[in-house]
Design a protein around this ligand. Sequence first.
Ligand code: XUL
Ligand code: MN
Length: 357
Amino acid sequence: MGAGHNLFPMATPTNYRFAFGPWNIHEGADPFGPTVRPTVAFAKKLSVYRELGFEGIEFHDDDAVPDVDKKNPGQIESECKQMKKTLDDLGLVCELTAPRLWEDPRGVDGGYTANDPKVRQWAIDRTKRCIDIGRNLGTKLMVLWLAREGTYIREAKNALDAHKWLLDAINAMLDYDKDVEIAIEPKPNEPMDHAYIPTIGHALAISARSKDPKRVGGLIESAHAILAGLDPSDEMAFALSANKLWSVHLNDQNGLKYDQDKSFGAANLRMAFNQVRVLELAGYAKTGRFVGLDVKAMRTQKAEVATKHLSNSRRLFLALVEKVRTFDKNLERQLIEARDYEQLELHILEHLMGVGR
Ligand code: XUL
Ligand code: MN
């Protein structure tokens, strides 16, 4: 695994907590080629979290309970008990769970917004199992990445019905468990041509219409905001200003192409700086919420070094915390007062490059 590199690299301690999902250690398949690295056993994945500087684990429902659809509530509870013990022993916590509807053949055209009422019911039932898993693993936070809740062709669904069904599904989740907190992870496209909840604005609008808006917030992923043509730091600020940013998936995206999940800061360091800046401005670390890194190793990466995307992203994040904290605040204030944004920009760029004053 090569986990020994880049361990806890920053001298300055910060109180950020980091998380990632087991899917972020992967075999490297893409739509044009098969796997290039052997499968890493789940137990082995768990064993590298702490070494890499992470304490939070993000679970899809079937990461925690394989074949969840085939299991009854009793089986789910006992498997979760075992998993919780494994996590406790390793010093890990489950940050969130997320129902993985998009891999099931029934969810081929969406779950909550499928045209077939039986599929919509299955999607809600499966999500209830996901809520059970979260409760048993000690987290209230459930993420909805609405993967196939959209269309390949616009005419395939009645979008008015689809939005109503989505709201009904969210209300059913809120009814099912009085403690569950739902964070919608917006994404404008992929796997569908268009998704119904493409931005955090849409997510918070649907939250406001739900039966318990204080339990519906958001998770913002950098790449998803970029794919929507938006600035991730502004998307985060929008949610933070409403106390609705309940997690983040930091990564990077080199323009409008397939969802890349590059290492944080790898494509646009200044955009990454601004995401860290907004989290710092909001005191995000003090909330105890996690910084999730939803990053993929390049396909070219050899198996023994296929966790560097995670440790490097964390390292970059911490380096940028340092950059935000050490930026000359007096100078910043003066230049803003003088409206000399050209000079402010130069200082930011020089600060990031480690040159100049
Ligand atoms: C997909 C994506 C997912 C969610 C979790 O683009 O980001 O991995 O974060 O379901
Ligand atoms: Mn994500």
